[in-house]
Write a new protein. Sequence first.
Length: 450
Amino acid sequence: MLVFSAIGVALDIAVRKTIESRMWTLMTRAASEWIARMKPGHVPAPRSTANVPLLQLVDSHGRVEAASRAALGRPPLSKARPTYSHHALHLERCSHGHCILVTAIRISPQEASLLWRGDPHVVYAGMPEPFTLAGTRLGLLILIMVVLAIIVTTWITWVVVGKTFRPVADIRARVSDITVSDLRLRVPEPPQDDEIGQLARTFNHTLARLEAAVEHQRHFASLVSHELRTPLAALQVELDEALLYPDEVDPRATIARSLSMTERLRTVIDDMLMFARVRTAAAPPPEPVNVSALISDKLITTCRDVPVFTRVEDDLKVLGSGSQLCAVLNNLVVNAQRHADTRVEVSATRVDGHVVVSVTDDGDGIAPCDRERIFKPFVRLDDGRQKDPNGTGLGLAISREVAAAHRGTLHVEDSPRGARFVLRLPALETKDPRLPASGDGTELLDLDSP
C-alpha cells in the first residue's frame, strides 16, 4: 500500500506537470506568433485556435486593445505583468468555480518603442483548465487506479504464495506421518527445480540415508544378538553342568573353559564397540600421517612364522588418524600371514594423487563372489573359521569403515596367487590447505593414545 500510494502521488504530480507544460507551450507559441505579426500602426486580429481560444493585448493602463473572439468584452485575463527580467509568466486564475490557465508575455522594449512609442504592452494567452485537472478529478482517478492495483496485487500475491507454499503444507503433512518404525515414506517432490523442490529432494535423500542407517542398525543388532547368544549359551551350559553334576565335572576344567568363553565375549564386545565408534563417533582432528613410516616402524610382522616383505616409497603422506590407519594395516598383514603359505608382500606407492597400499599373500585366495561379503560384520568364511576359531568377523568391516572415514577405499583385487587387499587414500599435497597452522607437517599421531 505504501509503495502504490507513493506511485500514485508521483503519478498525479507527473501528469499535472506534463499537461500543464504542454498547455504553457501552446499558449506561449500562440502569443509569440501574434506578437510577430504586429506592425507599427497595425495590430492584426489574433488567430485563436481550439486549443488556445483566449488572446488579449493589454496596454500599460490595463485596457484591452485587441482580443480574440472568445476574449472580446472580457476584462484582462490577469492583472499580473511580467517584469523586464522575466518577460513571461504562467498563471492559473479561478473564478466562480472555473479556472483558466494564462500565459503573460511582455513585449520587448524595442518592439514596444516601434509599435506604441515605448508604451509597454502585455499579451495574454489563456485556455480553460482541462477536465482532467479540474478539481480533484485527477486525484480521484489515480486513487481508484491505486486501489484497484492494490486489490489485484493482493489477489495475485495470495494466489502465488498459496501455490508456492502448498508443497510445503504437503511436505509437513507427510512428515507428520513418518515414524521411526516406518521410514519408507517420502515427501512429495514438486516438479519445479526451485528452493522448495530442492528442499523436498534433500529431505528425501536424508530420509533414505536415515532409513538405511536404521536398517543397518537393526541388522547389526540382530547379528550382535546372534554372535553373543552362542558363547553365552555355551557358558551357561558349562556352569549348569558344573552345578548339576559336581561330582562328575572337574571344576578347574569348567572354570578354564568358562574363562575362554568370557574372553571370546570380551573380544566380540570390544570389536563391536570399535565398529560402532568408527561408524558414529565424531572423527578426531586430522593430522599428517607418514604411511611410509607406519609400514616401516609400526607394522606387526612377528605374530606368524610367515615372512613379510615390504616395498615402500619414501614420504607417502595422508591426512587422518595415525592410530586408526596403523590398526588397519596391522589387521591386513595379520590376516595375510594367517592365510599365506610362504610369504606376504606389502607395497606402498603413489598413483594419481592417492597413496596405494597393497597387502598380498600366496595362499588360496578369495573367491570373487566372496570379495565383498567378507567386509560385512560377522561374516567369516570356512577357511577363516578353521585358521582362527576365536575371530569375530569384524576386523575387515572395521578396516573398511576406517578407510571410508579417511575418504579412501579398501577392496580385494585380482592377484596371480592368493588374496590381494588394496587400500587407497587421498595423498597429502605439500601445501594442503587442511594442514595445521603450526608444525612442519611431518609429525605422526601418538599411536599409544586411546
